[in-house]
Design a protein around this ligand. Structure first.
Ligand SMILES: C[S@@+](CC[C@H](N)C(=O)[O-])C[C@H]1O[C@@H](n2cnc3c(N)ncnc32)[C@H](O)[C@@H]1O
Length: 263
């Protein structure tokens, strides 16, 4: 690892991608000259950091399905870090002629491996060299459980039977650390490791909770979608938001899965 202060550090004011990327980096074996594929790269967390670490003799290909994210990443990059390239690609359908890589990373990626998560991980491993390492992160099953238990209780109390069925389906669909372990075993990777690190997400009551940029964008919307009547959803969620002491602190689980392809 580069011992000097990085010129492309992980953004310190980011309270979600950066803590996940920090846990990814705890498991990633990185050194100058490596070729890395970073999937679900977004606007470059942790691709910029990785590119600086592998240096001019290495390569980082960062791929994201969203053209907007790729354009944003390229704008941030400008003329810097020539060993880093951002391309618009679907990580579930990588071109078969794509070269192999020494490392494959994906921060906050696994939840997008739909519809078949195992198949998506298997597809990535095909692009790993023998003795190459795969490291992915995602918020795993226990994430915000105190909130989901409260939502469930409230749905029971208020007789939202169909909404609760949809909610249970949503909860059961979330990827778990246990599932991640089974993928690594089925793929016959070695030195496998699946570790969860807790992360507290701070929120206040009322609108601060309901319009929290992280919660509203990625989690609360899933509860709203359980309701056919959006006015009823609004009323339900407002009652939840007035009572945050029942489910705070809100704890996410940062799950890191890592494995090495056999030689
Ligand atoms: C939560 S963001 C994570 C971005 C970045 N790695 C970070 O840590 O900030 C997930 C990213 O996955 C991308 N994504 C979703 N489905 C994808 C797919 N099938 N192939 C490639 N990227 C995908 C989204 O466009 C989004 O930029």
């Amino acid at each position: 690892m580069n011992a000097q202060t990085p010129r492309w550090p992980l953004p310190q004011r980011d309270y979600w991608s950066t803590p996940f990327a920090e846990s990814l980096l705890q498991h990633l074996d990185i050194s100058p000259g490596l070729r890395i594929l970073d999937v679900a790269s977004g606007h470059g967390i942790p691709a910029f950091y990785l590119a600086e670490q592998v240096g001019p003799t290495g390569q980082v290909l960062a791929v994201d399905v969203s053209a907007r994210q790729i354009a944003r990443a390229r704008a941030i990059q400008g003329p810097h870090l020539p060993c880093l390239r951002f391309e618009c690609m679907d990580m579930r359908f990588l071109p078969p002629d794509l070269p192999t890589f020494d490392r494959i990373t994906g921060n906050l990626s696994v939840m997008f491996f739909r519809p078949d998560r195992f198949q998506a991980v298997q597809g990535l491993v095909k692009h790993l060299v023998p003795e190459g390492q795969l490291v992915l992160t995602f918020p795993s099953h226990g994430t915000f459980d105190s909130l989901w238990q409260h939502v469930d209780q409230m749905m029971i109390q208020r007789g939202h039977i169909h909404e609760r069925e949809r909610f249970q389906t949503y909860l059961n669909e979330r990827p778990s650390a246990k599932e991640a372990k089974s993928w690594l075993e089925r793929l016959d990777l070695e030195r496998t490791d699946v570790t969860e690190y807790p992360l507290e997400v701070a929120t206040g009551p009322g609108r601060e909770f309901l319009y929290h940029p992280l919660l509203r964008g990625g989690f609360l919307d899933d509860v709203y979608e359980c309701f056919e009547d959006q006015d009823q959803a609004e009323e339900f969620m407002t009652a939840i938001s007035d009572d945050i002491q029942r489910f705070t602190p809100l704890i996410a689980q940062r799950c890191v899965l890592s494995g090495w392809r056999k030689s």
